[in-house]
Design a protein around this ligand. Structure first.
Ligand code: SF4
Length: 326
């Protein structure tokens, strides 16, 4: 039987190159091999961004457009919005009743985010319970696997602990042990060399125009030791070269040569990178534009995904309630 794979993204803003190489490229591969459910998790967005709640709806549609523009195919995968399937919250409720508070309070991501994020008040009941909803998202569809990076393994482990606890308390091996599909994703930093993130305003977005991309690439941090054109550079210490490795790997050797031998300046090097990035972005942007002109079609696709997801979710919840309440 084909394995079920679940993956999701929070609709908190425009998608950027990090999403493209970190998730979407991988999803394209997965949708050819597995039964995939890709969910736009708006409840998760609300947990962290409740003060900007009005933007979530717009971001949902934008995210669906971006996904499809990148090649996520609704005829191959189920593409849906989390809040359109209320069973996510029902299962979360049941899991909330059995999840020990200590598991959530010890969660390293929770502690890190409370420490790092100072612009929003995340000391809420909902945010603490984030991993419980995550477990419900995955297990509602009895997903066999989720694609994640190594850093996300503790999250998955928490979901597995919740499902094992359910099976143990209710003496039923109902939920499968969900596995990780470990994805090797290139680490793509923002233009300032920090983690690419909306909060740092250092991302190149999938929808950025050529002018925006040119400006952003021009501002990219380079090898700090290369001051004059005649100084040999150190491409391994330069973020621009990292981008070449991801978006134009066939050119990397050439870049290393012109850099270390000071044959080309950083301005030219960046101009060529801009062209390479646009080679990737332009076809996505063309599809994006066509989809943006027909948002009703996008909504219909999400509605179709909702119906398919709901069918599975209702079946699971029927069985879960039977196990829990008898
Ligand atoms: Fe970086 Fe290119 Fe400049 Fe070398 S030439 S330091 S790789 S931008």
């Amino acid at each position: 039987m084909t394995k079920t794979v679940f993956s999701a993204m929070r609709p908190t803003g425009k998608l950027h190159l990090g999403h493209l190489v970190g998730a979407l490229t991988n999803w394209l591969d997965l949708q050819e091999k597995y039964s995939c459910l890709f969910s736009i998790v708006d409840w998760h967005a609300l947990m962290g961004e409740y003060e900007q709640s009005k933007t979530i709806h717009e971001n949902v549609i934008d995210m669906a457009i971006d996904w499809m523009a990148c090649g996520i195919d609704p005829s191959k995968s189920i593409l849906f919005v989390q809040s359109h399937v209320p069973e996510h919250l029902e299962l979360q409720m049941i899991f909330s009743c059995i999840t020990p508070l200590g598991w959530l309070e010890r969660n390293p991501t929770y502690k890190e985010q409370l420490r790092e994020i100072k612009t929003r008040d995340l000391q809420t009941y909902g945010f603490l319970g984030y991993p419980v909803l995550q477990a419900a998202d995955i297990l509602l569809y009895k997903a066999n696997a989720v694609p994640i990076g190594e850093d996300q393994l503790p999250h998955l482990e928490l979901s597995r602990e919740i499902s094992r606890r359910f099976n143990h308390i209710f003496k039923n091996e109902y939920f499968p042990d969900c596995e990780a599909i470990l994805t090797k994703t290139p680490r793509l930093l923002g233009i300032d060399g920090r983690k690419m993130s909306k909060s740092y305003q250092n991302a190149i977005h999938l929808s950025d125009s050529k002018e925006d991309v040119t400006k952003k690439v021009k501002n990219m941090f380079t090898d700090p030791k290369r001051i004059r054109l005649s100084d040999p550079g150190h491409p391994d210490e330069c973020n621009v070269c990292e981008y070449y490795k991801v978006f134009a790997p066939e050119k990397t050797e050439e870049v290393q040569e012109w850099c270390t031998k000071a044959q080309k300046g950083c301005t030219d090097c960046k101009q060529i990178l801009t062209d390479e990035l646009m080679r990737h972005l332009e076809p996505i942007q063309e599809k994006r534009e066509a989809l943006s002109k027909n948002k009703d079609r996008v909504k219909d696709i999400l509605y179709g995904g909702q119906k398919r997801a709901k069918q599975i979710a209702q079946e699971t919840m029927g069985q879960v309630k039977e196990i829990v309440f008898g």
